[in-house]
Design a protein around this ligand. Structure first.
Ligand SMILES: [Zn+2]
Length: 544
């Protein structure tokens, strides 16, 4: 630390800290650039140096207004820590940091954080963030009078603006082509990616008015039940990280769905998600708008759960995810994950998904009787295959594929162990869905029962060094967007609606998306509203 033993000017401190961030803190970016064949020449080297200079200038531009006696060191500490966390996650999981990734970070909770903690992470953050931050705090800084410091800060900002402009001009063609052809690179620019994404998330809700959620489907109604008919009792499972091609039902060679295979379910094999993470997909799939219009919406409106409630159904939302329902269940009766409890299914504040069946009869009994007489819709939001701690998602008796990856530091596991751990989560989801169907089967005397399961997004399992999910939709691999959609109908349900599993299975290869979910579910539940678009209802053509 002799390096820091004499007083230095604030500018020196900023220069040293940003140099650290641009070089080591951006290792994942430089690694990525080194893999681009078009940059493997002298021009590539010049471009890389120019890009480093532009990033350095960008960081300094943010720091310069904070270069005051009481703010500079805290700001540098924040920048160094954000850089360290960003570098660790980008390097370890192949993720990038964009607005939806930061939205997930803002919505996270202790349980999810615990799943991500590891010694590797502690070491990386210590080496990349904490140690340089300590060095910053030890460094004595010579502060001039405040007018002088103001002048210096302004000069510094002007200087880096000119430098950055010069660097861009120097390699303009390469900047244009690399940024156009590899759009995700910008989400690897550390720590500017985190600050940009944070600002975007603060700005966007403000743009949408941030006002109350507008009602939707107030005209929804149910047709009167014919005399021989029974009221519907339907469970709609919102799956988590259910990657389609790892379901044996969808052609996966390993027996991951043995129980469902014997239950005559229909499974669609060509279904694509709206987003690549929960916070993006869930509100989008519950919205009547569809992906394109949902992303352009100017204000938030009610969704599927609300419309079912407006139609007169008794709606119940059961959530086994600490992250909750991302707003889509806010206006219906809800059971949160920390209200779930069952012997043998819970430990350390976490429960296996089958906990949602525990006490369900009583929970439904508490819903308004006049609504129950028209029918009951229960949403179940699974923990499913939530990573990276896949090994925590299935009880021991469902661990059909061994050895499995038993750590959250996925890079330490072999590909085989990682896939085993993920496949075991699908085996457990198979058992969970089959158990819900059993539960529904026992209630057929009084109800017309049915189940649908649709996952929110897929998952990368180490293909090309990419893990987990959440890459920007445009560049995300198919594995993160390809989701499973399964329907089970009791004979009574088929009798009342005319929808037969065989008809659905004939559509197995047809391409569907989350855009179909809202309208199909209204169709499945016979809801009449002006919002309903039959063209998007996958069940419509199967109806009598
Ligand atoms: Zn999810």
């Amino acid at each position: 630390m002799a390096f820091f033993s004499y007083s230095r000017s604030p500018r020196h401190l900023i220069a040293l800290a940003t140099l650290w961030m641009v070089t080591l803190g951006n290792w994942p970016l430089w690694e990525q650039l080194a893999r681009l064949p078009e940059l493997a020449n002298v021009r590539g080297v010049i471009f890389t140096l120019a890009l480093a200079l532009v990033i350095d200038c960008g960081i300094v531009l943010l720091l310069a207004p904070l270069a005051w006696r009481w703010t500079l060191k805290p700001a540098l500490t924040l920048f160094l820590l954000v850089t360290a966390f960003g570098a660790y996650f980008m390097h370890s999981y192949g993720v990038v940091i964009d607005p939806s990734m930061i939205r997930n970070v803002l919505h996270t909770d202790a349980r999810e954080v615990r799943d991500l903690l590891s010694w590797r992470m502690a070491f990386a953050v210590l080496a990349l963030g904490v140690l340089p931050a300590l060095a910053v705090w030890r460094a004595p800084v010579a502060w001039p009078s405040w007018p002088r410091q103001l002048l210096r800060n302004l000069t510094l900002m002007l200087l880096v603006l000119l430098l950055a402009a010069g660097a861009v001009l120097l390699a303009f063609q390469d900047f244009a082509s690399v940024m156009r052809n590899h759009t995700a690179l910008r989400y690897r620019i550390n720590p500017l990616n985190s600050f940009y994404a944070l600002a975007f998330n603060l700005w966007q809700p403000a743009q949408r008015g941030g006002g109350p959620v507008a009602p939707a489907g107030l005209d929804a109604r149910l047709p009167a039940l014919p005399p021989a008919a029974k009221p519907p009792l339907v469970v709609l499972v919102l799956g988590e990280t259910g990657r389609s091609d790892h379901f044996a039902l969808n052609g996966y060679p390993r027996p991951t769905t043995p129980r469902l295979a014997g239950l005559g379910v229909a499974s669609l094999r060509n279904v694509w998600s709206c987003g690549t993470d929960t916070a993006t997909s869930v509100p989008c799939m519950f919205s009547p708008l569809g992906k394109r219009d949902f992303e352009r919406r100017e204000s938030d409106t009610e969704g599927l759960a609300d419309v079912l409630q407006h139609a007169g159904y008794a709606v119940l939302w059961i959530d086994n995810q600490p992250g909750g329902c991302k707003g889509v269940c806010d206006r219906v009766p809800t059971v949160r994950y920390d209200q779930l409890q069952a012997p043998g299914l819970c430990s350390q504040g976490e429960c296996y998904d089958e906990v949602m069946l525990h006490g369900l009869e009583q929970r439904i009994g508490q819903l308004p009787p006049e609504r129950r007489a028209r029918g009951v819709v229960v949403f179940m939001h699974q923990m499913g295959s939530h990573g990276p701690a896949y090994y925590k998602r299935a009880p021991p008796q469902f661990k059909r594929f061994m050895p499995e990856c038993a750590t959250n530091a996925l890079q330490q596991c072999s590909r085989e162990e990682l896939i085993n751990a993920f496949d075991n989560t699908i085996v457990y989801t198979d058992d969970f869905l089959a158990s819900v169907i059993d539960w529904l089967g026992q209630r057929q005397e009084h109800w017309a029962t049915a189940l649908s399961y649709l996952s929110d997004h897929g998952e990368s399992l180490g293909e090309n060094g990419i893990y987990l999910h959440g890459l920007p939709w445009r560049i995300a691999p198919d594995a993160q967007k390809h989701v499973a959609w399964i329907t089970w109908l009791s004979p009574q349900y088929t009798f009342q609606t005319g929808i037969a599993p065989a008809c659905l299975n004939a559509k197995q290869g047809e391409r569907f998306t989350h855009d179909n979910y809202f309208h199909s579910t209204l169709g499945l539940l016979s809801v009449q509203t002006s919002l309903y678009q039959p063209a998007l209802d996958i069940y419509a053509s199967c109806r009598k």
